[in-house]
Ligand binder design. Sequence first.
Ligand SMILES: [Zn+2]
Length: 318
Amino acid sequence: MRAMKAGLTFRLATAALAVAAVLAGCSTNPITGRSQLIGLVSEGEAVQGSTKAYQQMMADLDKKQKLEKSGEKDSPRTQKIQQITDRLIAQAIKFRPNSASWRWEVRVIDDPKTVNAFCMAGGKMAIYTGMWEQLKATDDELAQVMGHEISHALLDHTRERMSVARASDVGVQILAAAAGVGNLGGQLMQNAAVVAIGLPNSRESEAEADAVGIQLAAHAGYDPHAAVTLWDKMSKLADGGRMEFLSTHPSPENRAAKLKEFGAKLEPAYQAAKTNPPVAQRYVNLPVVRVGGSNERVVEPPLGANERIVRPAPTSSN
Ligand SMILES: [Zn+2]
């Protein structure tokens, strides 16, 4: 009886600690003004954990020969998605200037049955070939998909989902720390990043990513109308293939009507960007130069003959 009571008290204390930690983790997003549970994972932890998780995931896929070529010789789809994301990132940096320091990456995962794409914290992106094979997405629609994904990262939704992943584990971690189990942080963050991209976004987050994504795409010269056709195609396909994308991106209220409304407002910006396209710059998949042995550090990549890296000013026009 006594042991049972002690056990109960212990569990209650753990639960109370977890609740306190969750409450302490809430903060207001400066961009949206919405209160988000992100404080359990710092921005640095989110970016580092995501980077490690991404590298691990890509290495595993590479071993299984499930990655399209990138680097020396890009596959046509890799080239395409690099062009699209470069244009979107130029706009993303205007929206959130500190994302200029992210080491943006994008890979094409050769999995024609899966309709999915993601952008982790710190700009680590991937798109599955199912987007082309199943959905028959046009370039404008691909830009909407990636614009939406990038927006989740810009608005800290990825960090929010990592915090949720961590919160579910928080009692265990506090106990582990108290018991001196050592530094579990890095591995836990990596796990949280993997869990996060599989957790559904809230409908609120979806509405925010829709609003920002279509805006990034329009200013990058991609047709806002494609946002409507994209989600339309998604829902029509939903009964058939593996629609991972829809399970993690639930439909907010009146999605189509809202996107049409945003699209109409963004039409002038889209036309302007189409007539006078912004200068293309390379942001994604820049080579990493490593210096030194054990004290290795990453330095800015050297500029290639045809490559110019210009960080746009935070407050630029359009
Ligand atoms: Zn989404």
